[in-house]
Design a protein around this ligand. Structure first.
Ligand code: 6GU
Length: 256
């Protein structure tokens, strides 16, 4: 996969040299090219923003530098997806990370201030797919930190980057549930023991216990995820576990 990042703060992306993303790049699984938006300004002050039409607070990013930047990095032939991190985008999910991980070329357009002149995205959409993506319901200064998070989520899914493919299958959000708690040695620490079942060697009981922990954690922390599961996702044991812990399960709709 090839990634281009356009930003007025390319230094924000230094962490992409580190750890597993750095390793993925060294292995050639991923290229990342950083671009300073100011490269495509032509005035002495290298201005990237201006006051909003219609008035109001804040500044809007000027269309001219963005237009030239995207002309330079978007490939001909419609193979590029432009990702625009913005609090007004669609909420980023693990499913989106999987979709983006299948793209050959991503361009991250990181805006600052009150966003990018809308015509930039409207025009870009005539030559590339454009996805406006939000990290959640809060506001950051700009798209840089969001781009880092999205790139990390995608890189983990590229074949060859996560050592153990099974860890992708079992992890949180893989099956619409959160993963339960994990433990390692020592078996007792500060008077706290690891749950006995995990030391029992009984793989059937361990799998059931882990499933129950995932269900209970999801019910507690993210009832919205539990409610979104298709009815077929929960079996008799699952229902009994949740009911036993006092969670009300909505009765299945009875067909007329
Ligand atoms: Cl993707 N960008 C900005 N600027 N703020 C955000 C965000 C993105 N997601 C949540 N808040």
């Amino acid at each position: 996969m090839n990634i281009d990042i356009i930003s007025i703060f390319p230094d924000y992306f230094a962490p992409l040299e580190l750890s597993l993303i750095g390793r993925a790049r060294a292995l050639g699984l991923l290229t990342i090219d950083l671009h300073d938006l100011r490269t495509w300004t032509h005035d002495v002050h290298r201005t990237v923003d201006d006051t909003p039409y219609g008035g109001g607070p804040g500044m809007v990013m000027r269309p001219e530098p963005w237009g030239e930047a995207l002309d330079a990095v978007v490939a001909d032939g419609g193979t590029t997806r432009i990702v625009v991190p913005t609090p007004t985008g669609r909420p980023f999910t693990q499913a989106m990370a999987h979709d983006l991980a299948r793209e050959p070329h991503l361009v991250f357009a990181c805006g600052r201030y009150e966003g990018i002149d809308q015509r930039v995205l409207d025009h870009a959409a005539t030559t590339a797919a454009v996805s406006e993506v939000s990290l959640g319901d809060y506001v950051l200064f700009g798209g840089e930190v969001a781009a880092l998070a999205i790139i990390e989520a995608i890189t983990r899914l590229l074949p060859g980057t996560v050592g153990n493919a099974a860890s992708l299958v079992e992890e949180s959000h893989a099956a619409g549930l959160l993963e339960g708690p994990g433990y390692t040695k020592p078996s007792t620490w500060r008077g706290l023991a690891v749950p006995e079942v995990l030391r029992s060697g009984d793989h059937g009981r361990i799998a059931r216990w882990r499933r129950d922990q995932a269900l209970l954690r999801t019910a507690r922390q993210r009832p919205d995820l539990l409610a979104a599961l298709p009815e077929s996702a929960l079996d008799r044991h699952d229902m009994a576990c949740l009911r036993g812990a006092g969670f009300q399960l909505s009765a299945p709709d009875v067909a007329e």
